[in-house]
Design a protein around this ligand. Sequence first.
Ligand code: PLP
Length: 397
Amino acid sequence: MIWYPYQQMKNMAEPIRITDAKGVYLYSNNVKLIDSVSSWWSVIHGYRHPVLDEAIHSQLDRFAHVMLGELIHEPVERLSAKLREWLPGDLNYCFFSDSGSVAVEVALKMALQFDVNRGGHRNLVLSLSCSYHGDTFKAMEVGDDADYHFAFGEKKGVIHVPTEIPALEKIFAEHGEEFYCMIVEPLLQGAGGMQMYDISFLERARELCGQYDVLLIFDEVATGFGRTGHCFVADLVLPDILILGKALTGGYMGHAVTVANQKVYNGFYSDNPDHALMHGPTFMGNPLACSAALKSIELFDSENYLEKIKRIEVITRREMENFTDPRVKEVRIMGGCICIEVHDAKTLDGFKRFAYDRGVFSRPFLNYLYAMAPYIIEENELMQVLDVMKQWFGNNR
Ligand SMILES: *Cc1c(COP(=O)(O)O)cnc(C)c1O
């Protein structure tokens, strides 16, 4: 018996049985659906990409897994070297793990211990209103999710701030010396409702973190690999710790990485054994995952994905230009993401079925109807996804 995610099992609708997947399409026996969700935003190259399939097959012919405790292998070595070259600044030290939530835990632990190792006593995290950082306990705690509040009670040790510079300045003036880190989903807050905000907020956060000696963490589990239209938001504003997941392996399997800069790494590098980072997920640096990730990055470069994402954004803006409806609160577009926020969540009841009948798989949540398609989507396919959204509001020009 399967226990499904985020579901009240008592009244769950029949799930769609997937029998095949190829490119942007999911197949359910004879039904063909464009996947506008990219399997939780991760399958950026589409399904069954020959290059990624081949990378995994050829590693599988050698070995599927060995641990990273005092062992090394070529896939993890090559991926770390590639990330070092590819990521901005001195984000050079890769700590691998098996999921985004764990990578967030690692980042928070790193930041806290960084302060402990230098003899500090800071005990607060600054994070954003509407943030989501994963479902493990510390990740939930720094997140700002109403479900968390009602199910698990009050949070300690975390202050949430809206993405507005005056509020940010005020909170730093009050608590700046108590923060061991500030964690953000930069520019685009995904699970919190595809909230989008301006780079100037992050620039100011970078300055204040420097001024108050606070580590800045970018959780780019969702935004990384082009979703915002930038390869990483870290290319624009440089964090001390960067977290990547979801699309890291092209969505082929769960893997994530917490990347630290020189300063953070130096805070652990000493003659004192107590200064070591005590963490080690069993499957960290899995060779199959690293092989897929390496090829995924090579594809991203060689096939000019930033151009593809730009094209998605241009088409999306063009198609949504004249779209208005009294039930719609706001339409937000950034890079490879579009979100239609409605005033009342009931407006979206039945949309999933409506889209299914028109060849699109969509999974709106709360007040948010969104699409984050694989970057290989063709213009006509993207128009089909957007048309279905517009048709739902009876507004298809
Ligand atoms: C999905 C997500 C996570 C959690 O990743 P998992 O692999 O599901 O554990 C963390 N942070 C952000 C921003 C995410 O979107």
